[in-house]
Design a protein around this ligand. Sequence first.
Ligand SMILES: Nc1nc2c(ncn2[C@@H]2O[C@H](COP(=O)(O)OP(=O)(O)O)[C@@H](O)[C@H]2O)c(=O)[nH]1
Ligand SMILES: [Mg+2]
Length: 347
Amino acid sequence: MAEPRSSVTDREPPAEPGQAGDPGRAGDPRQAGSPDPAAAIELARGGDPRALGRLLSLVENGAPQLRAVMKALASLTGRARVLGLTGSPGVGKSTVTAALVAAYRGQGLRVGVLAIDPTSPFTGGALLGDRVRMQQHATDEGVFIRSMASRGHLGGLAGATPQAVRVLDAAGFDVVLIETVGVGQAEVEIAGMADTTMVIVAPGLGDAIQAAKAGILEIGDVFVVNKSDKPGAQEAVRDLRGMIAMARRGEGDWKPPIVSTAAAAGEGIDDLASKLDEHAAWLARSGEGERRRLARAREEISVIALAELRARMGGLPGDERIDGLAGRVAAGELDPYAAADELIAGA
Ligand SMILES: Nc1nc2c(ncn2[C@@H]2O[C@H](COP(=O)(O)OP(=O)(O)O)[C@@H](O)[C@H]2O)c(=O)[nH]1
Ligand SMILES: [Mg+2]
């Protein structure tokens, strides 16, 4: 666990609960058009939530200034601990997130939260609910919460999320929590952006089984059976234990623990935090932490490169280059592989 950064204080009043994540503000030119990335970064590092919000809007929108911002941020990143939470809707991800925020704040750490819900990219009810639940932290200067939406050109949320993490990391947040809905491949990818991924299930609903089906069993470093105050919690733990035991593991591999929580009552959160610490220690000891960081950097590069290539190639109907090639392919004058080569070569 990193040292608390008590020297970093917020000079500005904290954001309103709905303010930071309100996509409506992102389209405001006064908000998005940050003229001086260096100044915005400096303000963000000083804890100014509005400066942070502006930088994250640049990320979400895939704005042209992003390039300069990321260049300026690069040397400031690599410090934050990134923790992912995933699981089916309603299992208690936001509640666990809020409880972890409280636990880390208790340790004097600054905590950033990215709430990602691809199923409701704009102002969905779920996001609003999350904000209300997070309200206890809304007046805390050491906490910054953002609901992420992707309207950008950076490969969607898979592209935008690591850049948002970079912004929070560079702004001096010790811990970044990423909440994602575990319902598909994109969410599995997003979970792969964390140092440690928590897979959360709840009793009943056959959630443990669903987790296995969705393939999120493999990505869990720590499993959480939340709502342990409800009937069926022990069965869920047992089911999970059976499924985890079936996974092939080598000598020295991490054995994912199962933690029971009743997050709404704050129960089991200290235990969860200590399991997260154990995993962090294992990441450092085994070299897996470094391996994951490299894998993440590789993924970031290829997502950006592919998005850039796509933008340069055109490739959309109405684009002259592809339309010309399409005519020749349709007429049988050119094969599609040769046409693709030509398109890439001209990019
Ligand atoms: N009984 C019980 N309810 C909980 C617990 N944690 C969360 N909930 C409730 O479950 C519902 C969904 O929680 P939420 O955190 O929004 O789930 P998410 O969709 O996974 O983010 C809310 O009504 C919470 O109050 C818990 O530990 N016990
Ligand atoms: Mg939630």
